[in-house]
Design a protein around this ligand. Structure first.
Ligand code: GRF
Length: 219
């Protein structure tokens, strides 16, 4: 087990509150081995971009829709990742599928956060308030947050962390989303910390977290 500094790219399509939580954790000194080196969005008006720009973090906007061939889109993405020497990717509300060659290249080094207890309420088409509407409609008592590694399919990769969130009878998708999001903001920085501390291994789709904290790190 040894420190493994993350040169991170965050992919975000929307508000970027998870990006903000990661940046605040870095600024507070609780992620000493994580640098957000680039923020990538498919939407030029994504608030996530503004959050990055206000801190002089490089940003890039590119959408698969702007490329005739997926290979061109892939090439453009790879150019940005190479330019910033990215060794780890965090998807944070990114609504486009990552090209397969990139998923393979960053296997075990690409995370996603999903606002439910996967495998419940995940998969293609399950994003945003649809997830919380489905949880409320199904009548579950608990939902939550999942941080998982990214594999070839939507929301199916090995699970790193999960945290439960209660569903109240009076909940609307909006009130539930808010409660879940507050938990997301703790769990995503925590997931990155585990990787940066070199404490994560994956075997046969199971994720193992070393309980020992490397020497010289205080929490
Ligand atoms: C979060 O709920 C995240 O779990 C999901 O997309 C949302 C992104 O929110 N993948 P934000 O842009 O980080 O505020």
């Amino acid at each position: 087990m040894s420190i493994s500094p993350l040169q991170l790219a965050v992919f975000a399509s929307g508000s970027g509150s998870n990006l903000e939580a990661i940046l605040l954790a870095i600024e507070a000194g609780s992620l000493p081995h994580v640098t957000v080196a680039a923020v990538i969005s498919n939407k030029k008006d994504a608030r996530a971009l503004k959050r990055a720009q206000s801190r002089n973090i490089p940003t890039a906007v590119l959408s698969p829709n702007d490329y005739a061939r997926e290979s061109d889109y892939l090439e453009a993405l790879e150019a940005i990742l190479n330019e910033h020497e990215i060794n780890f990717i965090a998807l944070a509300g990114y609504l486009k599928k990552i090209p397969l060659p990139l998923v393979k290249k960053y296997a075990g080094r690409m995370l996603n956060i999903h606002p439910s207890l996967l495998p419940a309420f995940g998969g293609p088409g399950m994003y945003g308030s649809k997830i919380h509407t489905a949880a409320i409609t199904r009548g579950v008592r608990w939902t939550g947050v999942t941080v998982h590694l990214v594999d070839e399919e939507y929301d199916t990769g090995p699970i790193l962390l999960q945290k439960t969130v209660p569903v109240h009878q009076s909940d609307t998708p909006e009130t539930l989303a808010q409660r879940v999001l507050a938990v997301e903001h703790h769990i995503y920085p925590e997931a990155l910390r585990l990787f940066a501390e070199g404490r994560v291994t994956v075997e046969n789709r199971k994720v193992f977290i070393d309980p020992n904290i490397p020497k010289g790190i205080s929490h």
